[in-house]
Design a protein around this ligand. Structure first.
Ligand code: HH2
Length: 273
């Protein structure tokens, strides 16, 4: 199956790595806008050199408990970075749930929209439909500020799957072709450790929906809960989780540590091809 990502195409014959570039004040430098932009650009270029197949640029942290930022703040952070990466050898994804940020990012050259809100905002749906960019539709329960308070499901896999099936149908109805869509169970977004493990165990059920599955497990707190490691020490757990996700049908993994993830997946690929 060909996955169309703006002007890029992937045949998905091997798992892809989406490298994470967070342009948030806590993620790079407190030396002001210019230094933050330069640091983010340098990091992005390094991830490309390490073998990232695409980059996900985000200006708002969606960690549990994170405070929302305004569209203008988000634009000030991400636009210069997206513009600086124009003409890059890999597609750039904008990690945002705000339609105005998506629209400006697309105009600046982004080839994919990664929406943790799965285009449930009509203006977000329109922004993607009016372009040729790809979209990642993610499941979450609740909002980042409160989502980990009391996640509840009768059957987490069935509910996440039904939600994503509905969002794929809505996107198609709005004119977004299936070959531009990927889905994501949203690990850690309104899910207990048990919910996350069940989703990872049964990721293959989401792959049955017929669009590529993206898995974001890198450095997540579920890995900390299982290993007792804090966020800086979660590389081995992140690699294990990425491999399990790919083994169970993920086509794309979202990762901070691109070189290590690419290397691990090369071994998986060599054995499985
Ligand atoms: N996780 C985060 C952000 N965006 N997008 C998708 N599609 N899937 C994910 O699992 C996902 C995501 C986590 O957010 P954040 O708190 O910003 O941390 P980081 O971007 O460093 O992973």
């Amino acid at each position: 199956m060909l996955f169309h990502c703006g002007t890029f195409q992937f045949d998905l014959s091997r798992p892809l790595v989406m490298g994470i570039v967070n342009v948030t004040p806590d993620s790079f430098s407190d030396g002001g806008q210019h230094l933050q932009r330069e640091a983010a650009l340098a990091h992005a270029r390094q991830l490309i050199a390490e073998g990232a197949d695409m980059l996900d640029i985000g200006g708002e942290s969606t960690r549990p408990g994170a405070q929302p930022v305004s569209a203008q703040q988000e634009l000030d952070r991400v636009l210069p970075v997206i513009e600086g990466l124009r003409g890059a050898s890999v597609p750039i994804s904008i990690d945002s749930r705000k339609p105005e940020v998506m629209q400006a990012a697309i105009a600046a050259g982004a080839q994919m929209v990664n929406d943790i809100n799965a285009l449930q905002d009509a203006a977000a749906m329109n922004a993607v439909a009016a372009s040729n960019v790809a979209v990642c539709l993610m499941h979450k329960q609740g909002d980042p500020q409160t989502m980990q308070a009391q996640p509840h499901y009768h059957n987490v896999v069935a509910e996440v799957s039904a939600f994503l099936r509905g969002r794929v149908a809505a996107a198609e109805a709005a004119g977004i072709q299936r070959n531009r869509i990927v889905i994501d169970p949203g690990f850690g977004f309104g899910k207990t450790l048990e919910h996350n493990l069940t989703l990872l165990r049964e990721l293959g059920k989401l792959a049955e929906l017929g669009v590529p599955v993206l898995a974001g497990l890198s450095r997540k707190s579920m890995l900390g809960a299982l290993t007792g490691q804090d966020v800086a020490q979660r590389l081995p757990a992140s690699i294990a989780a990425a491999l399990i996700a790919v083994q169970r049908g993920a086509a794309i993994v979202r990762a901070h540590d691109v070189r290590a993830t690419v290397d691990a997946l090369k071994i998986w690929q060599a054995v499985n091809s």
